[in-house]
Design a protein around this ligand. Sequence first.
Ligand SMILES: C[S@@+](CC[C@H](N)C(=O)[O-])C[C@H]1O[C@@H](n2cnc3c(N)ncnc32)[C@H](O)[C@@H]1O
Ligand code: SF4
Length: 375
Amino acid sequence: MAGIYIHIPFCKRKCTYCDFYKEVAPKFIPSIINSIVKELYLRKDYVQNATIQTIYFGGGTPSILDVEAFKKIFDAIYDIYQVAPDAEITFEANPDDLTNLFLESIQSLPFNRISIGIQSFDDTDLKRINRRHTGQQAIEAVKNVQQFGFANISIDLIYGLPFQTLESWERQLDIALNLQVQHISSYGLTYEEGTVLWKQREDGKVTAVDDETMIEMYKLLIRKLAQKGFHAYEISNFCLPHFKSRHNTSYWNQEPYLGVGPSAHSYDLKSRQWNVSSIKEYTEAIENNTAYFEVEKLSLNDRYNDFVMVSLRTSEGLDLEVLESKFGSLLKTYCLQNIKSYIDTKKVDYLDGKLRLTDDGIQISNLILIDLMKV
Ligand SMILES: C[S@@+](CC[C@H](N)C(=O)[O-])C[C@H]1O[C@@H](n2cnc3c(N)ncnc32)[C@H](O)[C@@H]1O
Ligand code: SF4
């Protein structure tokens, strides 16, 4: 089992909060597509003949590409790899790209899942964070996509946007839940150092939502989504039955994946690899056959830390038997010793050999995870 991630590092403009690697430089799209295709061939042995179960186009903005660009990438993937007939094949899209013309043009491509970045339906919120679309456009985008036959749709929402109130957040959730999508990813806004938003906060132009309101917003999110049948299968990911993101779940299950494109990460169970975050350096290196990535060999402690970090964020929880079989009894004891105080204070449930964050534990998950890390 393995997955492929393709990073499309272009946006039509930059949102103030975002620190994913992207450039507003459409003239480089053709050369990046060529380099991505070359990289797919160069790294054909990375996943060692494993069948590809998931393909994910992320960004940046994959929906900026036209059908010909997607075709070139798919041709390479299907030429090189064994792709499972029922593979999950997703692309991220910005609402204003999802026009009838665009959706019509990609009908022949093998996509069966779409992840639409909406963030908010409130036009004032959207303007403040420099999004390209309005709330109405986002609603229409979802409806369009449904009309074109997509039956596995995810949307992204951010809570805790500057000046957002609990009431306004509730309105966003009501609109989202009316849209009949199958999956919702919702992250609390983080102020990433170096972003425009971060600078605005430093300069006193925006005020971050206080911690208590953030907690209330998260609780509201879980409650409202649960009422409509959404299962919180990971701290920030919610789905109707049978609609988990298989691609993200494979990350959390530590399955190998190949990441291509500038800034993409790869993982092969023994090491992590990350490509340079520069369109220029990436395309030149691929052309000249020189190095364009760094590799980090993973120690036992690194792999234990990764395992704890991802499994504790999922609703399945952390299975201590699996932990012991992967990393040995010493690390299992270490984990149990460090989590004991959280079990005693009901931040973590310990049941049937599994550790799971309680609702209170989720609020301080970062703190708990730090205490479980082995350096
Ligand atoms: C890298 S974006 C790509 C999706 C697409 N380009 C879009 O914006 O519609 C993936 C998602 O990460 C989330 N995200 C990015 N930066 C974030 C931040 N600073 N805080 C919270 N969520 C963030 C957003 O919900 C976004 O839709
Ligand atoms: S959130 Fe999406 S559209 Fe906005 S800058 Fe980031 S990648 Fe681009």
